[in-house]
Design a protein around this ligand. Sequence first.
Ligand code: SF4
Length: 361
Amino acid sequence: MRSPSDPPRRDSVPPVELVAESALESAPAPELALEAVPPPLAGIPPPVGDFDERPPLENRFSWSKSRHDIYSGCQRRYFLHYYAYWGGWDEHADERKRRLYVLRRLSSKEQWAGIAVHEAIARALYRQRRGRPIALPELISDTRARMRGEWRSSSRKNYWHVRRGFGLLEHEYGDEIPREVWKANWDLVERCLLGLEGSATWARILASDRGRWKPIDQLDSFSIDGVEVWAAPDFAFEHEGGRLEIVDWKTGQPRPSDVLQLAAYAAFAEAKWGVSPDSTTGTIAYLATGTETKVSLDRAAIAGFEAEARASIAGMRSILDGPAENRPHPEERYPKTEERWRCAGCSFRGECWEGGRVPAE
Ligand code: SF4
Protein backbone atom coordinates (compact mmCIF):
# COMPACT_ATOMS: atom_id res chain seq x y z
CA MET A 1 0.00 0.00 0.00
CA ARG A 2 1.20 3.45 -0.79
CA SER A 3 0.90 6.61 1.22
CA PRO A 4 0.68 10.15 -0.20
CA SER A 5 4.38 10.58 0.42
CA ASP A 6 5.46 7.34 -1.19
CA PRO A 7 7.44 7.10 -4.43
CA PRO A 8 5.16 8.26 -7.18
CA ARG A 9 3.04 6.50 -9.66
CA ARG A 10 2.26 9.22 -12.08
CA ASP A 11 -1.40 9.65 -12.99
CA SER A 12 -0.46 11.82 -15.89
CA VAL A 13 2.98 11.55 -17.29
CA PRO A 14 4.22 14.61 -19.16
CA PRO A 15 4.65 14.30 -22.89
CA VAL A 16 7.97 12.83 -23.78
CA GLU A 17 10.38 13.76 -26.47
CA LEU A 18 10.19 11.07 -29.09
CA VAL A 19 13.72 10.30 -30.07
CA ALA A 20 15.14 8.13 -32.77
CA GLU A 21 17.42 6.17 -30.54
CA SER A 22 15.91 4.31 -27.68
CA ALA A 23 17.39 4.08 -24.23
CA LEU A 24 15.64 0.78 -24.06
CA GLU A 25 16.26 -0.61 -27.48
CA SER A 26 19.66 0.67 -28.48
CA ALA A 27 20.70 0.86 -24.88
CA PRO A 28 22.10 3.99 -23.28
CA ALA A 29 25.69 4.99 -23.59
CA PRO A 30 27.07 4.85 -20.06
CA GLU A 31 28.68 8.26 -20.37
CA LEU A 32 25.25 9.79 -20.88
CA ALA A 33 24.40 8.97 -17.31
CA LEU A 34 27.52 10.70 -16.12
CA GLU A 35 27.34 13.89 -18.11
CA ALA A 36 28.07 16.99 -16.13
CA VAL A 37 25.14 18.51 -14.31
CA PRO A 38 24.91 21.57 -12.13
CA PRO A 39 25.30 20.91 -8.43
CA PRO A 40 22.01 19.87 -6.86
CA LEU A 41 19.85 22.76 -5.65
CA ALA A 42 22.38 25.43 -6.61
CA GLY A 43 20.37 28.43 -7.67
CA ILE A 44 17.35 26.47 -8.77
CA PRO A 45 13.78 27.09 -7.78
CA PRO A 46 12.57 24.74 -5.09
CA PRO A 47 9.93 22.20 -6.06
CA VAL A 48 7.01 24.17 -4.68
CA GLY A 49 3.49 24.78 -5.91
CA ASP A 50 2.86 21.09 -6.22
CA PHE A 51 -0.54 21.33 -4.66
CA ASP A 52 -1.88 17.95 -5.67
CA GLU A 53 1.05 16.14 -4.09
CA ARG A 54 2.13 18.59 -1.45
CA PRO A 55 2.02 16.84 1.89
CA PRO A 56 -0.17 18.26 4.62
CA LEU A 57 1.58 20.89 6.67
CA GLU A 58 1.40 18.77 9.76
CA ASN A 59 3.45 15.60 9.63
CA ARG A 60 0.73 13.33 10.98
CA PHE A 61 1.45 9.73 11.74
CA SER A 62 -0.17 7.28 9.33
CA TRP A 63 0.52 3.75 8.19
CA SER A 64 0.95 2.03 4.88
CA LYS A 65 2.46 -1.22 3.69
CA SER A 66 5.30 0.65 2.00
CA ARG A 67 5.98 2.59 5.20
CA HIS A 68 6.17 -0.71 7.02
CA ASP A 69 8.60 -2.08 4.44
CA ILE A 70 10.95 0.87 4.87
CA TYR A 71 10.63 0.80 8.67
CA SER A 72 11.41 -2.89 8.88
CA GLY A 73 14.32 -2.58 6.44
CA CYS A 74 16.36 0.30 7.90
CA GLN A 75 15.56 2.73 10.70
CA ARG A 76 17.84 5.40 9.31
CA ARG A 77 16.08 5.24 5.95
CA TYR A 78 12.76 5.37 7.74
CA PHE A 79 13.83 8.52 9.57
CA LEU A 80 15.10 10.20 6.40
CA HIS A 81 12.08 9.21 4.33
CA TYR A 82 9.34 10.13 6.77
CA TYR A 83 10.84 12.81 9.02
CA ALA A 84 14.12 14.44 8.00
CA TYR A 85 12.86 15.55 4.58
CA TRP A 86 9.80 17.23 6.04
CA GLY A 87 9.44 20.80 4.83
CA GLY A 88 11.96 20.31 2.01
CA TRP A 89 9.47 21.60 -0.53
CA ASP A 90 9.74 25.04 1.03
CA GLU A 91 12.13 27.49 -0.62
CA HIS A 92 13.27 28.59 2.83
CA ALA A 93 14.08 25.09 4.00
CA ASP A 94 17.71 24.30 4.61
CA GLU A 95 19.62 22.65 1.81
CA ARG A 96 19.70 19.21 3.36
CA LYS A 97 15.93 19.06 3.73
CA ARG A 98 15.51 20.14 0.14
CA ARG A 99 17.99 17.53 -0.99
CA LEU A 100 16.24 14.78 0.96
CA TYR A 101 12.92 15.89 -0.47
CA VAL A 102 14.25 15.28 -3.99
CA LEU A 103 16.11 12.07 -3.13
CA ARG A 104 13.11 10.40 -1.53
CA ARG A 105 11.26 10.62 -4.85
CA LEU A 106 13.90 8.68 -6.78
CA SER A 107 13.10 5.14 -7.87
CA SER A 108 15.34 2.17 -8.41
CA LYS A 109 15.25 0.61 -11.87
CA GLU A 110 13.26 -2.30 -10.44
CA GLN A 111 10.68 0.05 -8.93
CA TRP A 112 10.57 1.90 -12.24
CA ALA A 113 9.61 -1.25 -14.13
CA GLY A 114 6.83 -1.94 -11.64
CA ILE A 115 5.57 1.63 -11.78
CA ALA A 116 5.60 1.61 -15.59
CA VAL A 117 3.55 -1.59 -15.74
CA HIS A 118 1.01 -0.39 -13.17
CA GLU A 119 0.60 2.94 -14.94
CA ALA A 120 0.20 1.27 -18.31
CA ILE A 121 -2.51 -1.02 -16.98
CA ALA A 122 -4.27 1.90 -15.32
CA ARG A 123 -4.22 3.78 -18.65
CA ALA A 124 -5.63 0.72 -20.41
CA LEU A 125 -8.40 0.41 -17.83
CA TYR A 126 -9.30 4.10 -18.05
CA ARG A 127 -9.52 3.77 -21.83
CA GLN A 128 -11.71 0.69 -21.48
CA ARG A 129 -14.01 2.48 -19.10
CA ARG A 130 -14.38 5.39 -21.51
CA GLY A 131 -15.23 2.98 -24.30
CA ARG A 132 -12.01 3.75 -26.17
CA PRO A 133 -9.91 0.62 -25.67
CA ILE A 134 -6.23 0.80 -26.42
CA ALA A 135 -4.73 -2.02 -28.45
CA LEU A 136 -1.81 -3.86 -26.91
CA PRO A 137 0.77 -2.77 -29.52
CA GLU A 138 -0.19 0.86 -28.90
CA LEU A 139 -0.03 0.37 -25.14
CA ILE A 140 3.42 -1.16 -25.45
CA SER A 141 4.78 1.51 -27.77
CA ASP A 142 3.30 4.28 -25.62
CA THR A 143 4.86 2.78 -22.51
CA ARG A 144 8.19 2.40 -24.25
CA ALA A 145 8.13 6.06 -25.36
CA ARG A 146 7.31 7.22 -21.85
CA MET A 147 10.08 5.16 -20.32
CA ARG A 148 12.50 6.36 -22.95
CA GLY A 149 11.71 9.96 -22.07
CA GLU A 150 11.97 9.24 -18.37
CA TRP A 151 15.34 7.57 -18.80
CA ARG A 152 16.73 10.49 -20.78
CA SER A 153 15.40 13.02 -18.31
CA SER A 154 16.75 11.06 -15.37
CA SER A 155 20.15 10.54 -16.97
CA ARG A 156 20.45 14.33 -17.15
CA LYS A 157 19.40 14.59 -13.51
CA ASN A 158 16.56 16.89 -14.44
CA TYR A 159 14.80 15.89 -11.25
CA TRP A 160 16.96 18.45 -9.44
CA HIS A 161 15.45 21.18 -11.58
CA VAL A 162 12.02 20.01 -12.69
CA ARG A 163 9.18 19.88 -10.26
CA ARG A 164 8.03 16.26 -9.91
CA GLY A 165 10.75 15.29 -12.32
CA PHE A 166 11.34 11.59 -12.69
CA GLY A 167 14.63 10.21 -11.43
CA LEU A 168 16.46 6.93 -11.02
CA LEU A 169 18.81 6.45 -8.10
CA GLU A 170 21.19 4.61 -10.44
CA HIS A 171 21.67 7.89 -12.32
CA GLU A 172 22.01 9.92 -9.15
CA TYR A 173 24.89 7.79 -7.94
CA GLY A 174 26.50 7.13 -11.32
CA ASP A 175 26.06 3.37 -11.13
CA GLU A 176 27.56 1.63 -14.11
CA ILE A 177 24.61 -0.29 -15.45
CA PRO A 178 25.36 -2.38 -18.56
CA ARG A 179 23.04 -1.75 -21.45
CA GLU A 180 21.76 -5.32 -21.32
CA VAL A 181 20.53 -4.68 -17.78
CA TRP A 182 18.55 -1.64 -18.91
CA LYS A 183 17.20 -3.69 -21.77
CA ALA A 184 16.22 -6.49 -19.40
CA ASN A 185 14.27 -3.92 -17.39
CA TRP A 186 12.30 -3.01 -20.49
CA ASP A 187 11.90 -6.65 -21.51
CA LEU A 188 10.24 -7.32 -18.17
CA VAL A 189 7.79 -4.45 -18.70
CA GLU A 190 6.94 -5.70 -22.17
CA ARG A 191 6.58 -9.28 -20.97
CA CYS A 192 4.20 -8.16 -18.24
CA LEU A 193 2.00 -6.22 -20.67
CA LEU A 194 1.90 -9.22 -23.00
CA GLY A 195 1.10 -11.40 -19.99
CA LEU A 196 -1.74 -9.08 -19.05
CA GLU A 197 -3.46 -9.39 -22.38
CA GLY A 198 -3.27 -13.18 -22.34
CA SER A 199 -4.38 -13.58 -18.73
CA ALA A 200 -7.65 -14.96 -17.40
CA THR A 201 -7.82 -11.95 -15.06
CA TRP A 202 -7.88 -9.51 -17.96
CA ALA A 203 -10.51 -11.58 -19.79
CA ARG A 204 -12.80 -11.43 -16.73
CA ILE A 205 -12.32 -7.71 -16.40
CA LEU A 206 -13.14 -7.06 -20.04
CA ALA A 207 -16.27 -9.21 -19.76
CA SER A 208 -17.50 -7.30 -16.71
CA ASP A 209 -19.91 -4.39 -16.48
CA ARG A 210 -17.92 -1.10 -16.49
CA GLY A 211 -20.54 0.37 -14.17
CA ARG A 212 -19.45 -2.07 -11.49
CA TRP A 213 -15.79 -1.06 -11.56
CA LYS A 214 -14.26 0.56 -8.51
CA PRO A 215 -11.81 3.49 -8.72
CA ILE A 216 -8.70 2.49 -10.65
CA ASP A 217 -5.45 2.49 -8.65
CA GLN A 218 -6.44 5.46 -6.51
CA LEU A 219 -4.92 6.26 -3.19
CA ASP A 220 -7.39 6.42 -0.33
CA SER A 221 -7.41 5.72 3.37
CA PHE A 222 -9.28 4.05 6.17
CA SER A 223 -8.65 3.76 9.87
CA ILE A 224 -7.32 1.18 12.31
CA ASP A 225 -7.63 2.23 15.96
CA GLY A 226 -7.73 5.86 14.86
CA VAL A 227 -4.58 5.61 12.73
CA GLU A 228 -4.99 6.55 9.09
CA VAL A 229 -4.07 3.62 6.86
CA TRP A 230 -3.35 4.30 3.20
CA ALA A 231 -4.25 1.91 0.41
CA ALA A 232 -4.42 1.98 -3.37
CA PRO A 233 -5.89 -1.29 -4.66
CA ASP A 234 -4.72 -1.80 -8.21
CA PHE A 235 -8.20 -2.69 -9.37
CA ALA A 236 -11.51 -4.06 -8.08
CA PHE A 237 -14.82 -4.85 -9.71
CA GLU A 238 -18.14 -6.43 -8.83
CA HIS A 239 -19.40 -9.53 -10.56
CA GLU A 240 -23.05 -10.14 -11.31
CA GLY A 241 -24.60 -10.95 -7.97
CA GLY A 242 -22.43 -8.52 -6.07
CA ARG A 243 -19.25 -10.49 -5.34
CA LEU A 244 -16.25 -8.15 -5.28
CA GLU A 245 -12.99 -9.22 -6.90
CA ILE A 246 -9.86 -7.32 -5.88
CA VAL A 247 -6.95 -7.60 -8.29
CA ASP A 248 -3.30 -6.99 -7.48
CA TRP A 249 -0.83 -6.84 -10.39
CA LYS A 250 2.61 -8.25 -9.74
CA THR A 251 5.64 -7.93 -11.96
CA GLY A 252 7.88 -10.15 -9.82
CA GLN A 253 7.89 -13.55 -8.23
CA PRO A 254 5.32 -14.61 -5.60
CA ARG A 255 6.18 -13.46 -2.07
CA PRO A 256 4.52 -14.36 1.25
CA SER A 257 3.51 -10.72 1.81
CA ASP A 258 1.42 -10.71 -1.39
CA VAL A 259 -1.49 -12.39 0.38
CA LEU A 260 -1.30 -10.04 3.34
CA GLN A 261 -1.50 -7.07 1.02
CA LEU A 262 -4.73 -8.36 -0.49
CA ALA A 263 -6.14 -8.86 3.01
CA ALA A 264 -5.35 -5.20 3.62
CA TYR A 265 -7.29 -4.26 0.50
CA ALA A 266 -10.21 -6.38 1.67
CA ALA A 267 -10.20 -4.47 4.97
CA PHE A 268 -10.16 -1.25 2.95
CA ALA A 269 -13.04 -2.50 0.77
CA GLU A 270 -15.17 -3.21 3.81
CA ALA A 271 -14.40 0.09 5.49
CA LYS A 272 -14.71 2.22 2.35
CA TRP A 273 -17.19 0.48 0.10
CA GLY A 274 -19.13 -1.51 2.71
CA VAL A 275 -18.38 -4.85 1.06
CA SER A 276 -18.27 -7.77 3.48
CA PRO A 277 -15.19 -10.00 3.29
CA ASP A 278 -17.62 -12.88 2.86
CA SER A 279 -18.43 -11.36 -0.53
CA THR A 280 -14.86 -10.58 -1.52
CA THR A 281 -12.28 -12.60 -3.38
CA GLY A 282 -8.72 -11.69 -4.24
CA THR A 283 -6.66 -12.32 -7.34
CA ILE A 284 -2.92 -11.89 -7.57
CA ALA A 285 -2.01 -11.64 -11.24
CA TYR A 286 1.63 -12.52 -11.87
CA LEU A 287 2.02 -10.77 -15.17
CA ALA A 288 5.48 -11.96 -16.18
CA THR A 289 4.18 -15.51 -16.29
CA GLY A 290 0.56 -14.72 -17.15
CA THR A 291 -0.65 -16.74 -14.17
CA GLU A 292 -2.99 -15.86 -11.33
CA THR A 293 -3.46 -16.98 -7.73
CA LYS A 294 -6.82 -16.85 -6.01
CA VAL A 295 -6.78 -15.66 -2.42
CA SER A 296 -9.38 -16.28 0.25
CA LEU A 297 -10.24 -13.00 1.95
CA ASP A 298 -12.34 -14.02 4.91
CA ARG A 299 -12.57 -12.48 8.38
CA ALA A 300 -9.58 -14.50 9.57
CA ALA A 301 -7.43 -13.05 6.76
CA ILE A 302 -8.46 -9.52 7.67
CA ALA A 303 -7.83 -10.17 11.37
CA GLY A 304 -4.36 -11.41 10.45
CA PHE A 305 -3.66 -8.23 8.52
CA GLU A 306 -4.96 -6.01 11.32
CA ALA A 307 -2.80 -7.81 13.89
CA GLU A 308 0.29 -7.24 11.74
CA ALA A 309 -0.59 -3.61 11.12
CA ARG A 310 -1.15 -2.98 14.84
CA ALA A 311 2.21 -4.54 15.70
CA SER A 312 3.90 -2.44 13.02
CA ILE A 313 2.22 0.76 14.24
CA ALA A 314 3.29 0.02 17.82
CA GLY A 315 6.86 -0.57 16.65
CA MET A 316 6.96 2.70 14.71
CA ARG A 317 5.61 4.63 17.67
CA SER A 318 8.12 3.04 20.01
CA ILE A 319 10.97 4.79 18.17
CA LEU A 320 9.43 8.24 18.50
CA ASP A 321 10.32 10.83 21.09
CA GLY A 322 6.77 12.17 21.13
CA PRO A 323 4.34 9.59 19.74
CA ALA A 324 1.33 11.86 20.20
CA GLU A 325 2.92 14.63 18.11
CA ASN A 326 4.73 12.23 15.75
CA ARG A 327 7.99 13.80 16.91
CA PRO A 328 11.09 11.73 16.17
CA HIS A 329 14.21 11.26 18.25
CA PRO A 330 17.41 13.02 17.14
CA GLU A 331 18.81 11.55 13.95
CA GLU A 332 21.63 9.65 15.64
CA ARG A 333 19.08 7.42 17.34
CA TYR A 334 18.15 5.86 14.00
CA PRO A 335 20.83 3.33 13.05
CA LYS A 336 21.87 2.22 9.61
CA THR A 337 20.81 -1.25 8.66
CA GLU A 338 23.43 -3.94 9.07
CA GLU A 339 22.04 -5.64 5.97
CA ARG A 340 24.04 -3.62 3.47
CA TRP A 341 22.47 -5.31 0.49
CA ARG A 342 19.47 -3.11 1.20
CA CYS A 343 21.51 0.03 0.53
CA ALA A 344 21.80 -0.65 -3.21
CA GLY A 345 18.11 0.13 -3.66
CA CYS A 346 18.01 3.08 -1.27
CA SER A 347 17.81 6.60 -2.67
CA PHE A 348 19.58 7.99 0.43
CA ARG A 349 22.80 6.11 -0.22
CA GLY A 350 24.76 9.34 -0.45
CA GLU A 351 23.66 10.30 3.08
CA CYS A 352 25.29 7.20 4.50
CA TRP A 353 28.21 6.28 2.30
CA GLU A 354 30.85 8.45 0.66
CA GLY A 355 29.74 9.17 -2.90
CA GLY A 356 26.86 6.76 -2.47
CA ARG A 357 29.29 3.84 -2.80
CA VAL A 358 28.24 1.09 -0.45
CA PRO A 359 31.27 -0.66 1.09
CA ALA A 360 31.40 -4.41 0.81
CA GLU A 361 30.06 -6.26 3.84
S1 SF4 B 1 21.83 3.71 2.43
FE1 SF4 B 1 21.52 1.86 3.65
S2 SF4 B 1 21.98 2.46 5.74
FE2 SF4 B 1 21.64 4.33 4.58
S3 SF4 B 1 19.48 4.84 4.85
FE3 SF4 B 1 19.65 3.63 2.98
S4 SF4 B 1 19.31 1.50 3.60
FE4 SF4 B 1 19.77 2.67 5.44
